[in-house]
Design a protein around this ligand. Sequence first.
Ligand SMILES: Cc1cc2nc3c(=O)[nH]c(=O)nc-3n(C[C@H](O)[C@H](O)[C@H](O)COP(=O)(O)OP(=O)(O)OC[C@H]3O[C@@H](n4cnc5c(N)ncnc54)[C@H](O)[C@@H]3O)c2cc1C
Length: 414
Amino acid sequence: MAGTVHVVGAGLAGLAAAVRLAGRGVPVVVHEAAGQAGGRCRSYHDPALDMAIDNGNHLLLSANHAALAYLATIGAAHGLVGPEAADFAFMDLASGERWTLRINAGRLPWWILAADRRVPGTTALDYLPFARLLYAAGDKTICEAVDCAGPLYERLARPLWLAALNTEPREGSAALAGAIVRETLAAGGKACRPLIARDGLGPVFIEPALRYLGAHGAKVQFGHRLRALDFAGDSVAALDFGEDKLTLAAGDGVILAVPPVVAADIVPKLTTPLQFRAIVNAHFRLVPPAGLAPIIGIVNGTIEWLFSFPDRLSITISAADRLLDVPREVLAERLWTEVATVTDLPKALPPWQIVRERRATFAATPGENAKRPAAKTTWSNLFLAGDWTATGLPATIEGAIRSGNRAADLVGRM
Ligand SMILES: Cc1cc2nc3c(=O)[nH]c(=O)nc-3n(C[C@H](O)[C@H](O)[C@H](O)COP(=O)(O)OP(=O)(O)OC[C@H]3O[C@@H](n4cnc5c(N)ncnc54)[C@H](O)[C@@H]3O)c2cc1C
């Protein structure tokens, strides 16, 4: 190809595609409907807390090689921080028990043989059936493939899959859970180190990417919402933004990196996932107690993960649709009571904010997973990207970035 690539959508999928192409010297224009980049992965100033927060706590693992390579390219690799080893602190709110899961670095999983490293109440043999997920058929749910009961399930497998798939394991895709197990637990502790953008998603994932694009001559147009595509024969002929229309030249390409509902509206006969699951985050402004683990998994509570940042404590609840209609004040009190128990802090509610993302990710069920389209379309110059396309992973930063990379590679071969 010799032309310009138009990337529609400046979420991580679109940014990854644009960064890869711009880095190769391809002329790129990014068109973003909103006034800022980042999509579902963004930071903003919250007036209630008078501080910058993220729309949601985003956990990555050291296995996320595409995300790490993207950050290295845009010069932000130092922005992801985490412990040297794959250690995960947990607390059971029902029993008060605390433990630390300590996954050894190598592929041979001897941590499951060590009682002080594995989940309390489990034996080494309990872990073996989970290997079945590695070969699970596409139409199976997690709980059809493995036994969803017992301490190993309640204290490790359920929290892991619920967080990774944002879908209850009884309806979650066994194949997608298997992909997570293959890339993380089965690859050893060196692939399981938890990583967070301590200084915020914007400063780590988004702003350096925009600077990189600027430095490589790519244009980013905000407030530029694609309304429709004009087709001619087997290709896209023009991008219709309502007030302006952009006619493509021969050799120009388009990467559509918008959410599935928008893509389905714009691309004729496109099949996409159409069911979603919510994520609820709550942020509490205070300086966390010294020595608190950076991430704590919570079992038998409403809160599921507690993140400790220098100026706040934040919690995450996945597949949280049941909480969307709970009054905010009621929810804040309920969540803080649990945080206070985990951290031994006073029960008085500190300044707080609750962020409920209704359509945080597509529902990672076998049925919805089967609807994910490939990056290639029937139009020779149109490619799809997004965490909801057929990446083989659940809706994650890693999946979004891999999809953007793939679309960039395909448009480059046009
Ligand atoms: C609360 C929350 C917590 C999460 N936690 C994690 C986590 O812990 N770990 C993890 O890996 N992932 C997590 N995720 C998932 C992760 O954020 C997403 O997978 C990723 O950000 C998706 O990127 P994307 O580019 O595919 O889509 P999006 O971010 O949705 O980007 C699409 C972009 O297209 C733009 N757009 C829409 N319509 C148009 C149009 N017509 N014209 C132009 N532009 C348009 C949108 O404004 C948006 O910027 C979480 C998500 C949420 C919401």
